[in-house]
Design a protein around this ligand. Structure first.
Ligand SMILES: [Zn+2]
Length: 513
């Protein structure tokens, strides 16, 4: 679980009554003997054996990136191989690697070409206020001007073009970053704000930006979206004038307008210097479904293998944060669930993806990379069931976050009712104000339109501390939650209809985000 706003809620009480009420049971979710037997392969002893490997001191707290994290990923991959899963990583392996780079703008290597003459130079005339931009951006130029209301039709004219903003129409957020993001979201190749800053201010800004390092994660050469830049009036004014556009007149306009600048194209090539580059792993195993058609759809099961590494010693001299609950507990659940499905003679109808990501604690890095570089089209992933911290707190309930956002919530309730023998009730989100929905790896799936459920036992006093150790894990509880997720995944994989978003949730989380 990634740190967010401070935790104000001490979790000490169970709440078994929050289970959503439904007027009638919907579909039968009973399963055959083979499925019950597969679930029975998930045992407390097996769970303890696996979590003890992942949360062992030798893994060093599994920081991203670190040798201990790589060792954990290799071990998980070896478990996938034993189960006979199909590799879903790079080059026929189970491991998908993404780059973590420390970068800085390289103004000397950056270039700007102006069609038909005229020159722009990075640093002197042009700068990216965000710093970390790289790529080659070639296209026609439009000028956005006016102080009046901007209409959606006008914004539609900017797709694939460099947009030189000489004045800010109403309706665009006045916070520079935000409006540039909006225009880039509308397909602008670049958003170039023309500025008349005095020399000293410009030069100070360039100095600051050119020294600023940032961390770039998961860059693989293919860059989507546009860039944000600032250009000095004195540099762009003569170029626009040569193409019949008077910058000052445009700036003085009342009505918002997008003007074409005929015959002008720009090739902007900002470059970065890479100061450090390391790789971090995700582990991906696939179990093929048994239905000739539905097997092209996938149910994803996810957890994060990384944790926060080491820190200052505690009273006992322990420096390693082993993250047994966070999230060796979820990782172990995914391994146990994968093993149970792999043991089935007849596999579920849909295929399944078992995904252990890294970089969660640093900002959901691995899951973001995975959904942007998936081994199968992301639209064919019908659900993500994520487990992050499932081994602590109360013994007979687990919070399932996201139940209200799709019919997965109802499916979970039905599956849960069919398995009273588990002694485990999946309850609704107890802490909506903590926004946990947005704070673990499932959120990257949700943003891409994949319905999710997130299994989470809440935080505790050992959260991100040196005492989140295996001996404090309730392995019996974690094994029962693993079985519940196993049964849920089985049901989701076999239903004819894929899970459906609630329309209002889809609007808020996916389409209007
Ligand atoms: Zn965490």
């Amino acid at each position: 679980m990634k740190s967010g706003i401070p935790f104000l809620v001490a979790v000490t009480v169970a709440n078994g009554s929050a289970c959503a009420q439904e007027s009638r049971a919907t579909q039968s979710v009973s399963v055959g003997q083979d499925v019950l037997a597969a679930a029975a392969s998930i045992t407390r002893a097996d769970y303890l054996r696996k979590i003890s490997v992942i949360a062992h001191d030798s893994m060093g707290g599994r920081d991203t990136p670190s040798p201990g994290l790589d060792a954990t990923a290799e071990w998980v991959a070896s478990e996938f191989a034993l189960l006979g899963l199909k590799p879903g990583g790079d080059d026929g392996s189970y491991i998908q690697r993404y780059a973590i780079e420390v970068v800085r703008p390289d103004l000397i290597s950056s270039s700007a070409e102006v069609s038909g003459g005229g020159a722009l130079r990075f640093g002197r005339d042009l700068i990216s206020p965000l710093g970390a931009e790289e790529g080659d951006f070639e296209g026609e130029v439009v000028v956005l001007s006016g102080s009046g209301e901007i209409s959606p039709d006008l914004v539609a004219d900017i797709a694939g073009k460099h947009v030189i903003v000489v004045s800010m129409p109403r309706g665009l957020d006045r916070d520079g970053r935000r409006f540039a993001t909006d225009l880039r979201g509308s397909g602008a190749l670049s958003v170039i704000v023309a500025t008349d800053r005095p020399d000293s201010e410009w030069e100070r800004g360039v100095r600051n930006i050119s020294r600023r390092t940032s961390v770039r994660v998961g860059f693989n050469g293919a860059r989507g979206g546009g860039i944000s830049l600032e250009v000095r009036d004195r540099a762009i004014e003569p170029i626009l004038a040569a193409h019949g556009v008077d910058l000052r007149a445009a700036r003085g306009r009342r009505d918002a307008a997008v003007m074409e600048v005929r015959g002008l194209t720009l090739l902007l090539s900002p470059r970065l210097e890479i100061l450090d580059r390391q790789l971090a792993p995700n582990v991906v195993g696939i179990l093929e479904g048994s239905d000739p058609e539905l097997k092209d759809e996938y149910v994803a099961f996810s957890a994060h293998i990384d944790h926060i590494g080491t820190g200052a010693p505690n009273a006992e001299g322990d420096t390693i944060s082993n993250g047994a609950d966070d999230d060796a507990s979820g990782t172990t659940a995914i391994l146990e669930i994968a093993e149970a499905y792999a043991s089935l003679e007849t596999k579920p109808r849909r295929s399944m993806i078992f995904l252990l990501v890294s970089g969660e604690e640093k900002g959901l890095w691995g899951s973001k990379y995975f959904v942007e570089n998936p081994p199968v089209p992301i639209g064919q992933v019908v659900a993500d069931l994520n487990a992050d911290m499932i081994g602590r707190n109360w013994t007979d309930t687990i919070v399932a976050i996201g139940k209200e956002h799709s019919d997965l919530g109802e499916t979970l309730n039905a599956v849960n009712r069919a398995h009273p023998e588990l002694g485990m009730t999946a309850i609704d989100d107890l802490w909506p104000e903590e926004r946990f929905y947005f704070r673990s790896d499932h959120y990257n799936f949700a943003k891409m339109g994949v319905p999710i459920l997130f299994f989470f036992n809440g935080t505790h006093g050992d959260y991100h501390g040196r005492d989140d150790e295996v001996d404090r894990i309730d392995t019996d509880k974690a094994a029962r939650i693993s079985k519940l997720i196993f049964y849920l995944g089985y049901e989701v994989a076999n239903r004819v209809e894929r899970p459906q978003w609630n329309p209002e949730s889809f609007r808020q989380i996916v389409s209007d985000r």
